[in-house]
Ligand binder design. Structure first.
Ligand SMILES: C[S@@+](CC[C@H](N)C(=O)[O-])C[C@H]1O[C@@H](n2cnc3c(N)ncnc32)[C@H](O)[C@@H]1O
Length: 260
């Protein structure tokens, strides 16, 4: 079967990791992961990380948060390889399993996990309702879905600024509103559904990230990744900050509980 389009190739993933930290293809590092998991006890639990990227978070769920078995899935083969190597290097290959999956239903039995986690990956999956039902299915009764994702303030037509941002990213974003996510989770059966807007936090962080990309480090980054890739990403960050400023781009934390 032909390999599907690679969005996060090695150079792009490498540049993102310069900005976001080794093994992270999304902002906020371990602190933001801990905030997504606030109040949850993962000790001895079986966890799934949807869209694990290069794997720092999947590893951290086992190493730092105490999960007994941490499974990460991703559609891109090369990020899975990197995630697997990271777990092996950390001596955690027995507790961290990375699986390359195809788009579509999760390849797991019903009631397989205590926690389903995801960090800024569901933006790539258009069918929020189908995914919510599938996450609910693979959770054990009493299980939790805890995630972060990049949402938009409204469904329907994007503003011209948002269109420009999404086009520049070129990552096949399928954004939806907090209402649509919440309804998808409630429709699947989740209880105590909550969505928390992280826009104010990320606006400040994104401005600092742009300073890192476009400021003193720029020539060093250009040497490693090429001037064009750095220039493309400076333009992406500028267009992203414009839609963070209007609030149209609004990363959120998501939480829902499967009843016992
Ligand atoms: C922004 S990155 C985040 C990676 C990781 N969660 C992190 O925070 O470092 C999004 C990831 O989602 C993956 N992805 C895209 N579509 C997916 C799908 N249908 N199922 C699983 N992963 C997917 C991408 O390949 C990419 O690695």
């Amino acid at each position: 079967m032909a390999e599907q389009t690679q969005h996060y190739d090695d150079m792009f993933a490498g540049l993102l990791e310069e900005v976001w930290g080794e093994g992270y293809l999304s902002p906020g590092g371990p602190e933001e992961v801990s905030r997504v998991l606030e109040g949850l006890d993962l000790k001895g639990k079986r966890t799934l990380d949807i869209g694990c990227g290069t794997g720092a978070i999947t590893l951290s769920l086992a190493q730092d948060h105490g999960a007994a078995h941490s499974v990460g899935v991703d559609v891109e083969g090369h990020v899975c390889e990197e995630a697997r190597a990271r777990a092996a290097q950390a001596g955690a290959a027995d507790r961290v399993e990375i699986i390359k999956v195809d788009e579509g239903p999760l390849p797991f039995d019903d009631a397989s996990f205590d926690l389903v986690f995801s960090k800024d990956s569901i933006i790539h999956i258009a069918d929020k309702e189908g995914l919510s039902r599938d996450i609910y299915r693979v959770l054990k009764p009493g299980g939790v879905f805890a995630a972060s994702d990049w949402l938009t303030s409204h469904d329907g037509d994007m503003s011209p600024s948002m269109q420009r941002y999404v086009e520049l990213e070129g990552l096949g974003f399928a954004m939806a509103s907090p209402e649509r996510y919440a309804n998808a989770m409630k429709g699947a059966g989740f209880q105590d559904v909550r969505t928390v807007n992280r826009n104010p936090w990320y606006l400040g962080v994104a401005r600092a990230e742009l300073e890192f990309l476009a400021g003193d480090h720029r020539s060093e980054l250009e040497t490693k990744y090429g001037a064009q890739l750095v220039a493309d990403n400076v333009a992406i960050w500028e267009s992203m900050i414009a839609v963070l400023e209007t609030g149209e781009l609004c990363p959120h934390h998501l939480r829902g509980y499967k009843p016992r």
